[in-house]
Design a protein around this ligand. Structure first.
Ligand SMILES: Nc1nc2c(c(=O)[nH]1)N[C@H]1C(S)=C(S)[C@@H](COP(=O)(O)OP(=O)(O)OC[C@H]3O[C@@H](n4cnc5c(=O)[nH]c(N)nc54)[C@H](O)[C@@H]3O)O[C@H]1N2
Ligand SMILES: Nc1nc2c(c(=O)[nH]1)N[C@H]1C(S)=C(S)[C@@H](COP(=O)(O)OP(=O)(O)OC[C@H]3O[C@@H](n4cnc5c(=O)[nH]c(N)nc54)[C@H](O)[C@@H]3O)O[C@H]1N2
Ligand code: SF4
Ligand SMILES: [Mo]
Length: 668
């Protein structure tokens, strides 16, 4: 066969810390290899299996490549003309009879493309809609950092090389953030001390000097304990506290109200370890790298505020090698997404949160939801409390899913609109999480079958609904629109296309001048933003919800971590031999229930139940179970059958890990 090799720039579109730049090999019009772009300063040509398998997601025989309509319970292929005409009519009718908010757009962020933001432009031009807000992922922590610093602004990845100590606090970096792992290896080689704080031992343990096991949902208490020791010994950074912060006395009085005994008993961490951490924090620079795990609890926002406060009073803010690193929002803020999303034309917007959308669909009457459009999300598998989501979708007249595969959500729909993959469309990709480079993704191959870019679908619908003028742009014009604000910094689309990546104008050590983006300009222990919103704005040392209430019926914590080889639900169908859930259980649970590796169990609470195969894990905190998230029905079923759709204390964040269950041995 004749080889027609060409190498092209693309980028990982997956929701992930690392935002890798790719080079792609094509033969005879098909992708044959997804590789890493060696020239990228952070991702350096190394990519993970989830990225490499995007080739298989594009080429898969399981991919749906024609529009489908459900007729008498079965899917039938239809033309794009018919699909668009029927959908336009349904949207028009829903708007005429019940108003535009009878249309719900349910989405998440499974594709990080800049141009995906035009979906909101569509609904604004339509005259309104019901939108989802809040976050399954990191909402409580983001709001916490906005209250404290005015923004969530991590240090550049290479800055850990300036740290004396590095604390990885609830981030499963070896699994979720592979390039951080390489920087940690380099920092260790330079002599840095690495400490991991987590209820579950993970691959970082191989690198770490110390692994500290905490009880799920108790990290705020741990941070409070460390601060108590610092203050008792007078080790705090007085100058920073006096000159650059607001509300310190209030924090002090909150810390005085909680006893060391309470802290030790709740966290399960000894006073010796707490004192050692106080020394590590005050003999910096100490860099704290937060994951998203410990804020997916009812007390999640306050937990992050307490860890931020620890970073602040120990003098680790604004210095190289320091920082309380969580999100990197200035990356997304550098783009003109407001323009793409037509934000100037806000009207008739009803909001549901991501967590309560199922309940709201079932109960809202003013107006009820008549049409649901799902894009970039698989709510049936990924939203908490699956049984509520299923009932909500079941109740709704018209459910339209834009996707590439027949997911659990798509199975529950009446229309399936097949969309292109990253390699079949042009866009710019970025993640506001870890580094400050944006990547270019060119259109590398022709779309499979009749798959179309989302942009094309919104444009066609807009034309049929009479507001096509809002969509009369070429892809290049859209990209120019979304990057206009960057041009004054010397950033150009041409340059991005040439190199495949470009750095955004984002500081590598934030807050170095001790001027913060809060209303007071100071680091705020008492949040003026919250005060202005009518809250008391103070940090509270509070317990999680379910994680605190060990009851006789539901004695165990359930975590549901991100899977190693899949980005959420996206890769299971490409991995052989993964049809069952694995329940990783702590040693005491195994003993209490006489369970051994390979036994079958039912994990259960009031919301639902799930079958799984046991793996006993000696690195798990007592009374704790983990079942990785992301499995659809065909792969053993979603752990979200068990999770709660409650909301955290701030930021409309999820409480996915604040979950209690029981376990029982069953026949395989
Ligand atoms: N392989 C893989 N990588 C991914 C993803 C994926 O699906 N698969 N998803 C991407 C996305 S969208 C995200 S948001 C990130 C998430 O990245 P991470 O935050 O690293 O991942 P999580 O699985 O959310 O869990 C993080 C860690 O929190 C710990 N944890 C849970 N509860 C607590 C607690 O109470 N206290 C402490 N200290 N730790 C706790 C867990 O044991 C786990 O080690 O990963 C991204 N990367
Ligand atoms: N129990 C539990 N649940 C969780 C989590 C957890 O830790 N535990 N993590 C939560 C987190 S952090 C997150 S971020 C969410 C993620 O939740 P989701 O974003 O909903 O999950 P994904 O499986 O990544 O992707 C959803 C769908 O998007 C489709 N897709 C991919 N690219 C495109 C595209 O360009 N256009 C369209 N229209 N569709 C596309 C995929 O085929 C897939 O079916 O899950 C949350 N759910
Ligand atoms: S999933 Fe993350 S680590 Fe893997 S290739 Fe994509 S961006 Fe890189
Ligand atoms: Mo996420």
């Amino acid at each position: 066969m004749e080889r027609n090799n060409s190498s092209n720039f693309s980028a990982c579109p997956l929701n992930c810390w690392d935002a890798c730049s790719f080079t792609i090999e094509v033969e005879e019009g098909s992708i044959v290899k997804v590789g890493g772009n060696k020239a990228h300063p952070i991702t350096k040509g190394n990519i993970c299996i989830r990225g490499r398998k995007l080739k298989d997601r594009t080429n898969s025989e399981q991919r749906i490549t024609t529009p489908l309509k459900k007729v008498n319970g079965d899917w039938a292929a239809i033309s794009w003309d018919q699909a668009l005409e029927e959908l336009a009519n349904k949207l028009q009718e829903a708007k005429r009879l019940y108003g535009p908010t009878s249309v719900l757009h349910s989405h998440d962020y499974s594709n990080n493309g800049l141009l995906k933001a035009v979906d909101e432009r569509f609904f604004r031009a339509f005259g309104g809609w019901t939108k989802v807000e809040g976050s399954l992922c990191w909402g409580a922590g983001i709001e916490a950092q906005i209250r404290d610093f005015g923004n969530s602004f991590a240090h550049a990845p290479e800055d850990v090389l300036n740290s004396r100590s590095i604390i990885i606090w609830g981030r499963n970096a070896a699994r979720t953030n592979m390039h951080l792992y390489s920087y940690l290896t380099a920092a260790k080689a330079k002599g840095a001390t690495l400490i991991v704080i987590d209820p579950m031992k993970n691959q970082l343990d191989r690198l770490a000097d110390e692994f500290i096991s905490v009880r799920p949902g108790s990290d705020g208490f741990l941070a409070a304990g460390i601060m108590k020791v610092i203050l008792k010994n007078g080790w705090e950074a007085r100058e920073f506290i006096e000159q650059a912060t607001f509300g310190f006395e209030v924090l002090q009085s909150k810390l005085e109200a909680v006893t060391m005994e309470e802290i030790i008993s709740f966290t399960g961490v000894s006073e010796i370890t707490i004192t050692k951490l106080a020394k590590v924090y005050t003999n910096g620079p100490t860099s704290t790298l937060l994951g998203l795990g410990m804020q997916r609890y009812k007390n999640g926002g306050n937990t992050i505020r307490l860890i931020d406060a620890l970073g602040a009073i120990s003098g680790n803010i604004g210095i190289p090698g320091g920082g309380v690193n969580y999100g990197l929002l200035p990356v997304g803020q550098a783009f003109d997404t407001d323009k793409l999303a037509l934000r100037e034309k806000d009207a008739n917007i009803r909001t549901f949160t991501r967590m309560n959308q199922g309940e709201k669909i079932l109960t809202e009457t003013d107006p009820p939801v008549h049409v649901i459009i799902v894009s970039r999300g698989n709510p049936m598998t990924q939203l908490p409390n699956t049984n509520v989501t299923a009932a909500a979708f079941e109740k709704t007249d018209t459910v339209v899913v834009l996707d590439q595969f027949m997911t659990d959500t798509a199975e529950a729909a009446n229309y399936f609109l097949p969309v292109t993959t990253v390699f079949e469309e042009e866009d710019i990709y970025y993640a506001s999480m870890y580094h400050s480079y944006a990547n270019y993704g060119s259109k590398i191959v022709e779309p499979a079958g009749e798959a179309k870019p989302e942009l094309w679908i919104w444009t066609q619908l807009a034309k049929r609904l009479g507001f096509g003028e809002y969509f009369a742009f070429t892809v290049n014009e859209w990209l120019e629109m979304g990057t206009e604000s960057l041009r004054k910094t010397g950033w150009s689309l041409e340059q991005l296309k040439k190199t495949g990546f470009l750095q955004l104008p984002v500081a590598s050590v934030p807050w170095s001048e001790s001027r913060f983006q809060t209303p007071s300009g100071k680091y705020e222990f008492v949040s003026t933003k919250a005060l202005e919103a009518g809250e008391d704005g103070t940090i509270d040392i509070t317990y999680p919800q379910e994680a605190m209430n060990a009851s006789k019926s539901y004695p165990y914590h359930l975590l549901s971590l991100h899977p190693l080889r899949s980005n959420h639900s996206q890769h299971y169908h490409l991995l052989a031999g993964r049809e069952q859930n694995i329940a990783e259980i702590s040693v005491n649970i195994a003993r209490e229930h006489r369970l051994r590796d390979g036994d079958s169990v039912l994990v259960k609470n009031d919301r639902g139940e799930l079958k799984a195969v046991v793996r006993v894990e000696d690195g798990l905190h007592a009374n704790t179970i983990n079942i990785d998230e992301g499995r659809g029905q065909k792969f053993g079923g979603s752990v979200n059958l068990l999770t709660s759709n409650g909301e955290a204390d701030m930021g409309k964040g999820s409480i996915l890990y604040d979950c209690r269950v029981t376990i029982k041995k069953v026949q395989p």
